[in-house]
Design a protein around this ligand. Structure first.
Ligand code: TRP
Length: 334
């Protein structure tokens, strides 16, 4: 069985974009791969070092979201990044193998630095050493656990490429040690927000969270963007530019053709169409929310999953680190 390593930052609850873009895929893959899922709290801290409470709280929230969405701890090893000090150790050795300018040219980092400058001004102060180095730390995440296949969203491709470069460099200097990881994209790489925005996010208010209540779902769906040329209830419209239809396609597969045709023929009003979407969305999320409730009521089970997963991951990390120290000739007292 090949090994999958993937990671996710604990900065908030999962929304449908995370689900369709990544987690659904992980749930399918965990049957066929030796799967490691890292709760990337150290990486989350690169952006949230001044808000440790937020990261701490979201570790547990994220694990509950993952379990509710179908990640099975008997198939996937879920672990906490900060509890594996070998990742920090390997990050230091890897940091010699990448130049500062290469990191600054990494498309993902470049975009994120641009966003930071827009937020904090062009002082350069906003970009910390730790932030610039997170792709190096991510390379350590991947290689320490023998990650061969990395199922991620499109935005992560430059980070996987960065890892491949570091691996090549390491192997050429210290001898063949790691295999170059391959990215694996899911069918839906990026879900649009209910407002039609390409980016979905909590702060934009255009995302449905897996743990949203009926009222939250109702509010968000009622505000979704529809065909702007449809003025009256019985005007014919184009479902292909309507965000309500876009979401029907995800959660309403039983009568999708009817929805499409009625919209085009003008026999379907937007309000009733939205109401139908709300119902279908609620039904779609129901099994996940029931599971969430179970884990919320049994925090000791969540703890146990995290403790056991982290222990297993640590064993693997320690074993890999021994090989690395030997290759790098820093295995002094063995
Ligand atoms: N950078 C990823 C994100 O922001 C999270 C992550 C951390 C990751 N370590 C990883 C993804 C290792 C894949 C492999 O979503």
């Amino acid at each position: 069985m090949k090994t999958i390593l993937t990671g996710i930052r604990p900065t908030g609850n999962l929304h449908l974009g995370h689900y369709y873009g990544a987690v659904k895929n992980w749930v399918e893959l965990q049957d066929k791969y030796n799967t490691f899922i890292e709760i990337a709290d150290v990486q989350a801290l690169t952006d949230n070092f001044d808000n440790p409470d937020k990261v701490r709280k979201n570790v547990r929230e994220l694990v509950i979201d993952l379990l509710s969405a179908g990640i099975d701890p008997s198939k996937s090893t879920i672990f906490i990044q900060s509890m594996i000090p070998e990742i920090a150790e390997l990050t230091i050795y890897f940091s010699n193998l990448v130049t500062v300018s290469r990191l600054q040219r990494n498309p993902t980092i470049k975009t994120e630095i641009k966003q930071k400058k827009e937020l904090f001004g062009n002082t350069g102060e906003s970009v910390t050493y730790g932030f610039l180095g997170y792709p190096v730390s991510q390379a350590a995440d991947i290689t320490l656990f023998g990650g061969e296949v990395i199922p991620v969203g499109e935005d992560q491709l430059p980070l996987i490429e960065q890892t491949r470069e570091i691996v090549r460099k390491f192997n050429s200097i210290y001898g063949e040690t790691f295999t170059e990881p391959e990215p694996l994209l899911s069918n839906i790489t990026r879900l649009k927000g209910l407002d039609g925005n390409e980016k979905m996010g909590k702060s934009l208010g255009n995302a449905i969270n897996l743990n949203d209540t009926f009222e939250e779902i109702r509010k968000k769906v009622m505000g979704a963007v529809t065909d702007p040329d449809k003025i009256k209830k019985d005007d014919p419209a184009n479902p292909n530019i309507c965000m309500v239809y876009y979401y029907h396609k995800l959660v309403s597969d039983n009568n999708l053709n009817t929805i499409h045709d009625e919209c085009e023929n003008g026999t379907r009003g937007c309000v009733s169409c939205k109401k139908e979407l709300i119902d279908n969305m609620v039904n779609f999320l129901k099994p996940m929310q029931e599971k969430r409730k179970y884990y919320e009521e049994h925090p000791e089970i969540v703890d146990k999953i995290l403790i056991e997963g982290t222990k297993k991951a640590r064993e693997k990390a320690i074993a890999t680190m021994e090989i690395i120290r030997n290759k790098m000739k820093i295995d002094y007292f063995e």
